[in-house]
Design a binder for this molecule. Structure first.
Ligand code: SAH
Length: 227
């Protein structure tokens, strides 16, 4: 397993180099790479796919969803520029893998997932592994999680047709939002939005990506649970 993990980290570093002109950095923060080295990705994928857990690619996790490619997890985490005292909000908990990476880099991570089944499974997976600075909830991520706002960083791990206004509102001045924006199942653009201290937002398109869609739902309230 150590060999596979080492190869995964080397592939992330190589892909960062290959995309450096688009992403504006030649290497990722060492703390981010350390977090990727520490999280057991094999514990976040279905047992029958464990042999592929350290491949640098997405994998199916049930409910028609995927755990993102490790390079994408590393890059999006790096773009948030998290500090140890920060709080972060993730939309799209999925397997909980990205949540675990975030939890290692900041004080508190919150994560919202539309599929109750995935949310429950991720919550128990994270608790079993001792991540005690994580709170998850099943619900619609378009609304963010206003109770714990504002956040120093917000990461959306599914593609939205537009930037959900609630997420911009819940971002602290000085904070960063990373989100793939574009039509589902087509080319989307990974965007980095920085809210400056005066509250003005500045956005940058970084590179073309392919994410599962951030699904919209009219089911607000009702079936939501906190874990
Ligand atoms: N971060 C995850 C990747 C999950 S894929 C990981 O590391 O495994 C994106 C996830 O977004 C899916 O689980 C999908 O169910 C969820 N999702 C889709 N639409 C959503 C919405 N409106 N609100 C919250 N989650 C949503």
């Amino acid at each position: 397993m150590a060999g596979n993990l080492h190869r995964m980290l080397a592939e992330i570093a190589l892909e960062v180099e290959l995309t450096q002109s688009a992403i504006g950095r030649t290497a990722l923060d060492e703390r981010v790479m350390q977090a990727l080295a520490e999280v057991r990705r094999d514990l976040f994928v279905p047992p029958e796919l464990r042999a592929h857990a350290f491949d640098n690619g997405p994998l199916p996790i049930g409910c028609g969803q995927t755990i993102s490619q490790p390079y994408m997890v590393a890059l999006m985490t790096d773009l948030l520029e998290l500090e140890p005292e920060h709080t972060v909000l993730e939309i799209g908990t999925g397997s909980g893998y990205q949540t675990a990476v975030l939890a290692r880099l900041c004080r508190q991570a919150y994560s919202v997932e539309l599929e109750a089944e995935l949310s429950t499974a991720a919550a128990s997976r994270l608790a079993e592994q001792g991540y005690d600075n994580v709170e998850t909830r099943s619900g619609d991520g378009y609304a963010g999680w206003p109770e714990h706002a504002p956040y120093d960083g917000i990461i959306v791990t599914a593609a939205a047709p537009f930037i959900p206004p609630a997420l911009l509102e819940q971002l602290r001045p000085g904070g960063r939002l990373v989100i793939p924006v574009g039509p589902p199942l087509q080319h989307q653009e990974l965007m980095l939005i920085h809210k400056d201290l005066s509250g003005k937002t500045h956005s940058r398109d970084l590179l073309g990506v392919a994410f599962v869609p951030l699904r919209s739902t009219s089911r607000h309230g009702g079936s939501e649970h906190t874990h």
